[in-house]
Design a protein around this ligand. Structure first.
Ligand SMILES: NC(=O)c1ccc[n+]([C@@H]2O[C@H](COP(=O)([O-])OP(=O)(O)OC[C@H]3O[C@@H](n4cnc5c(N)ncnc54)[C@H](OP(=O)(O)O)[C@@H]3O)[C@@H](O)[C@H]2O)c1
Length: 237
């Protein structure tokens, strides 16, 4: 199994990377600053032959192109892409930046670029490698906060809108790539104790990672275009 993971240096991305490596898989761990990613550097010492660290800022077209080129130097195919990188401006800070009256253009743009547009363009760029893989799968880490059905509060404006946009982008992609034998699904990982989720979160990222890897293994073509939790239960759009 060959997996490509964005935002692999911490949180859920780091757990996914660690667990794929423990299973014996090859991992392309992409993050903004590999040289500063100490946990990934430690994993590299342990799994030198199966871990490729590569720089990737999902908001930069040049960075995406370079990451694809580096990946192609190591493999002819990928089996799984996990679009994990994400931002939640002012998460846990207790301030009002995602509330009415405090909304800014910069926060809106950053959130959309990282959470929605980036994953779409990364997926597009890696499509040839995924088509060459075994039942190529794209799992994009979304959130229950992106559900229109569940939306009952204003805050967070940008984060919720960005995940709803991600859902639509990936469902659009699913409609196009299904006939190629590829699968694109959205996954709600639960509320995890990471920098984004904060210390009061109910779940360890390691548990979410375990569920997501299991989900990736068990995906069928009928599930292409679906939105599910890390345990595989349907999430309302
Ligand atoms: N934590 C939760 O409770 C929760 C709940 C629902 C959904 N999610 C989703 O789960 C995913 C992982 O979240 P997490 O909790 O692990 O968050 P996290 O600990 O804050 O990690 C976010 C990751 O995204 C990376 N990232 C941010 N901007 C990037 C960019 N422009 N290009 C590439 N990478 C970038 C970060 O890299 P740097 O270190 O360089 O900043 C970091 O690796 C996200 O998509 C998030 O929205 C999380």
């Amino acid at each position: 199994m060959r997996a490509f993971i964005t935002g692999a240096n911490r949180g859920l991305g780091l757990e996914l990377t660690r667990q794929y490596l423990e299973r014996g898989d090859q991992v392309f761990a992409a993050c903004r600053q590999p040289a500063a990613a100490t946990e990934l550097q430690t994993l590299k010492q342990q799994y030198a032959d199966r871990l490729v660290l590569l720089p990737l800022d999902v908001t930069s077209a040049a960075s995406i192109d370079a990451a694809v080129a580096t990946t192609q130097e190591h493999t002819e195919a990928l089996d799984v892409l996990i679009n994990n990188a994400g931002v939640y401006p002012h998460a846990g800070s207790g301030d009002d930046h995602q509330r009415l009256g405090q909304l800014t253009h910069d926060d809106a743009m950053e959130t959309m670029q990282v959470n929605a547009i980036g994953p779409l363009l990364v997926s597009q760029a890696l499509l040839p490698l995924l088509r060459a893989g075994r039942k190529g799968r794209i799992l994009s880490i979304s959130s229950g906060q992106g559900s229109l059905t569940w939306k009952a509060t204003g805050d967070p404006y940008h984060y919720s809108a960005s995940k709803a946009a991600l859902n639509m982008y990936m469902r659009s992609l699913a409609a196009e790539i299904g006939h190629m034998g590829l699968i694109s699904v959205l996954v709600d990982p639960g509320w995890m104790r990471t920098e984004m989720g904060g210390e009061h979160a109910t779940q360890e990222p390691a548990d979410s990672a375990r569920g997501i890897i299991r989900l990736a293994e068990q995906l069928h073509t009928e599930e292409n275009g679906s939105f599910v939790t890390w345990q595989g239960q349907a999430v309302p759009w």
